[in-house]
Design a protein around this ligand. Structure first.
Ligand SMILES: [Zn+2]
Ligand SMILES: [Zn+2]
Length: 331
């Protein structure tokens, strides 16, 4: 156990020092210092010896404080196990996820729909301008283009859940970096307004934060261009929506229809917008946000998410959702 090794390096010197000078933990507690001072001022010890003893007490009090600080630091830096696979952690990190799990977070590969980023499994989806999924072939999406870093499954799904539902805030930085990778690959215009998908106020209060906004903020740390600005108060959610999980495409559209509004259209008029979210399922939520933003005057709307639920699109346009969506998503 790594914590045993580290702990001993603090513990042994302290115990040796305490034993050598005959102190117990109680005796060196700062609250006992006054009592000790009274004892030594009774006159049977020389002034030099009192001074020496006071110095020792003070030194040990400092050691107690260091020990306490080390313990607190230790608890932060050395959570016992990886929060995904439960194996013991062996490296110092504020993110309690092991290297093996992190190595499993890989970008989507293969044939992807050029408009919505959906994973494709058939060469029949190829067209002159590039691969296109059956849905985008039938109906042009409201957004210009959407892309995600990886599939909403495995370690990436777990990482998002740690961040979203279990308060593992250091995961946000990594999610922001993954989003940065996505955006870099999208070759977007230099000047962009970044808009996170808003949460309904009740949901935000319950969760304590909007994960899309937190990821967007982390993403901006990796951007050097000053022409990319974050706007969190332009697009608002006007009502709550039920989980999109288990709904048909038609029901999903009805669920989000009219759930968003633009409150300051002058800020986006003629601008290129980048909508940011943690997960995209079918793109219905992102599509509705894009529709509302475009109607309010946005020039074009792009969508970047950390993860995307993948479906198989073959000859029969089969749609498949894995157990990864069991907790429900809003997209
Ligand atoms: Zn792990
Ligand atoms: Zn598509």
């Amino acid at each position: 156990m790594p914590n045993m090794v580290i702990w001993r390096s603090f513990h042994i010197p302290f115990v040796a020092s305490s034993q050598q000078h005959g102190y117990t933990l109680d005796q060196v507690h700062p609250s006992k210092r006054f009592l000790r001072r009274v004892v030594f001022s009774s006159g049977d010890l020389s002034r030099a010896r009192i001074s020496h003893q006071r110095a020792l007490v003070s030194r040990d009090a400092v050691q107690v404080a260091i020990k306490s600080a080390a313990q607190s630091l230790f608890a932060v830096l050395f959570p016992s196990d990886c929060r995904i696979c439960r194996s013991p952690l062996t490296t110092i990190s504020t993110l309690p996820v092991c290297g093996k799990c992190l190595a499993q977070i890989v970008p989507l590969e293969g044939l992807l729909c050029r408009l919505c980023g959906e994973k494709l499994f058939s060469s029949f989806t190829e067209s002159e301008d590039g691969p296109l999924c059956g849905i985008c072939r039938r109906v042009q999406p409201q957004f210009h283009r959407a892309a995600a870093y990886g599939g909403y499954a495995g370690a990436l799904r777990e990482l998002i859940h740690l961040f979203k539902y279990q308060g593992t805030r250091p995961a946000g930085k990594l999610l922001g970096r993954l989003l940065h990778d996505v955006v870099t690959g999208m070759a977007l215009p230099d000047s962009l307004v970044v808009i996170p998908v808003p949460l309904w106020s009740g949901r935000r209060q319950e969760r304590g934060f909007n994960q899309a906004e937190a990821i967007a903020r982390a993403f901006l740390h990796f951007q050097s261009a000053s022409s990319i600005q974050l706007e969190t108060a332009i697009l608002v959610r006007t009502r709550d929506t039920v989980s999109q999980t288990g709904l048909t495409r038609h029901q999903r559209r009805a669920n989000v229809r009219g759930a968003f509004a633009v409150v300051r259209p002058e800020k986006i008029k003629g601008r290129s917008i980048l909508i940011v979210d943690d997960v995209m399922t079918t793109g219905t939520t992102a599509g509705e946000c894009a529709r509302v933003l475009r109607r309010a005057g946005a020039k074009e709307v792009f969508v970047a998410t950390v993860a995307r639920a993948t479906k198989e699109v073959g000859l029969g346009a089969v749609y498949r959702e894995g157990p990864s969506l069991a907790r429900g998503t809003s997209a």
